[in-house]
Design a protein around this ligand. Structure first.
Ligand code: ADP
Length: 533
């Protein structure tokens, strides 16, 4: 058989030949712009020439600091297809973290959205002597010192490119984890892993995306390659729609509606806001057939609410180190005549992708059974699972076994039909009086309370119990609940020792750069809550 390399170029060239008439659509300022794949492909070629003129060659790293928009997607193809590496920087990191990742990656050029020029300036000021080119994407009067304008660079270039062929193991993309502890850790994806991951997520029992679909990733292009959606969409010829900075629920609903989106993806907090808006307006999105929800646990109540609105919510679990998809929740035949089993399995994180091998192990590293109740730490290995962190031997030694198994840091159960349920992250478990409380379990319950909009549960040091659970809660409008009311409701459903000692009412729960609840900050703000005296 042919040993033609698995490469992003293969996805691109197939898309251009087989689906030239399909669309890449993006908000751009107040407008919505549309490019056929063919037009998009010509811009990708122009960008490739422009990159070469900037001095970018094979192996060089190029950073993006951008929303989900068509120019960012052009970088997704042009940069890896000339053999360079696209480093998608999380625009919500703190300036010192942005400075850290640009420096750690050794980025030779940074492509910045016009609306983000202001946001990146403090990071650049931290390292003014770094030698790198800046390119500003979109209209703005605010430029960076020495920067060029994206459209001017492209306009000067020819619209075809003689794409080079290289080893499929060459690096293509680079993404850093969002650093819930310590410095961000880089994961370098190869052409081969990107291609295989795209194939795997397109399967019917995975995201199940086809040519008829119109895909809108709410998940950022800087959050683990928007979970692979750009590559699978172009692979199958789906229209691809991007919202730019309009991530507010009204802006999203407007675009989902006007662009007749059929598949979307994002973290739970986004879909909570969309659900609330749809309910408040008493409208539906009849064409949106499914949304992929992951990044943190989807509360069962959110899933029920979305299904009531006619939207199939597919729970997914993954990690930056896994490209990211590990599991997706699609109904199995085993539960067809077992409604109880179906109910239970539907809320889990789903079944494993065929390209991921897994083990559940106890603290001594012994395998625990996949019986749906035994808990263990989840280890993974696979075609699109990292083997090491980028330029970080210490983190690699801590996270990976010598034979390649990666420690996810997640504690889970797996049932006999292969459904994974994440019990909690090791570091989010609450250790109370020798027992372990799953923060996820308490959060899921709380978010099922009719008056609770959002909840995050975390452990706080306690002089007697080591730690006790505390809940941060955002109430729904029009609900007036106090601590005792919520604790009373919880006590009817949970053992006393599992019930949070304190309920803290907040107007907003702090979030990570990709929209997950930021428990580290909640813990830090409340570390002395139970201090003696
Ligand atoms: P970070 O660890 O910085 O948040 P990732 O985006 O790679 O970076 O997060 C991966 C982690 O997110 C997983 O190890 C897991 O703890 C959590 N996670 C992702 N998806 C889910 C899910 N569906 N349910 C529960 N936890 C999830």
């Amino acid at each position: 058989m042919s040993e033609q390399p698995l490469a992003i170029r293969a996805i691109f060239e197939h898309a251009m030949r087989a689906h030239a008439h399909k669309y890449i659509i993006s908000r751009d300022g107040d407008a919505v712009v549309r490019f056929t794949y063919a037009q998009f492909g010509r811009r990708v070629a122009q960008l490739a020439h422009a990159l070469r003129k900037l001095g970018i060659g094979p192996g060089d790293r190029v950073a993006s600091f951008a929303w989900n928009g068509h120019r960012h997607l052009e970088l997704y193809f042009a940069v890896p297809m000339i053999g360079a590496v696209l480093h998608t920087v999380n625009i919500r990191l703190f300036p010192d973290q942005v400075a850290f990742v640009l420096d750690h990656a050794g980025d030779r050029a940074v492509f910045v959205d016009a609306s983000l020029v202001k946001a990146i300036k403090p990071a650049i000021a931290l390292n003014p002597d770094a030698e790198r080119a800046f390119v500003v994407m979109g209209e703005t009067s605010e430029l960076l010192a020495g920067s060029s304008r994206y459209e001017e660079l492209l306009a000067a270039e020819p619209d075809t490119y003689d794409w080079p062929e290289f080893d499929e193991r060459s690096a293509a993309l680079l993404c850093y984890t969002s650093a819930t502890t310590g410095d961000p850790k880089g994961v370098l994806y190869s052409h081969r892993s990107t291609y295989i991951h795209a194939l795997s997520i397109g399967l019917t029992d995975a995201m199940g995306i086809g040519e008829r679909d119109r895909v809108l990733p709410v998940v950022p292009l800087f959050h683990v390659n928007a979970w692979g959606t750009p590559f699978v969409s172009l692979m199958v010829g789906a229209d691809f729609i991007m919202p730019m900075e309009r991530l507010d629920p009204a802006g999203l609903v407007e675009l989902l509606e006007s662009e007749r989106v059929t598949v979307s993806a994002g973290v739970p907090t986004i879909w909570m806001a969309v659900r609330d808006l749809l309910r408040a307006r008493n409208t539906r999105l009849p064409l949106l057939r499914k949304v992929i929800i992951g990044g943190s646990a989807m509360p069962p109540s959110l899933m029920d609410d979305l299904e009531e609105l006619g939207i199939r919510a597919i729970h997914a679990w993954g990690m930056t180190e896994m490209s990211p998809v590990g599991t997706l929740n699609v109904d199995s035949s085993a539960a067809d005549d077992k409604p109880e089993l179906r109910r239970k399995e539907r809320y889990t994180q789903g079944r494993f992708s065929p390209i991921v091998s897994w083990r559940l192990v106890d603290e001594s590293g012994n395998d625990v059974p996949a019986d749906g109740t035994s808990r263990g730490e989840l280890l993974v290995r696979g075609y699109a699972v990292a083997r090491e962190y980028y330029r970080n031997d210490a983190a690699t030694a801590a996270g990976f076994e010598p034979d390649g198994w990666f420690h996810t840091g997640d504690v889970a159960t797996i049932d006999p039909y292969g459904y994974l349920e994440i019990v909690d992250r090791v570091k989010d478990f609450i250790k109370s009086g020798g027992e372990w409380i799953s923060s996820v379990e308490v959060e899921n319950l709380l978010m099922g309370h009719p008056g609770v909009k959002e909840a995050a549960v975390f452990g706080v040091a306690h002089p007697k119990w080591q730690e006790r659970p505390v809940a941060a809660v955002v109430l729904r409008e029009g609900h007036d609940l106090d601590e005792e009311a919520i604790r009373g409701w919880l006590l009817e459903r949970l053992a006393k020792w599992q019930t949070p000692d304190r309920i803290l009412f907040m107007t907003v729960i702090p979030r990570t750069g990709v929209g997950k609840f930021l428990k580290r900050e909640l813990r830090a703000q409340n570390e002395r809550l139970f201090a003696e005296g």
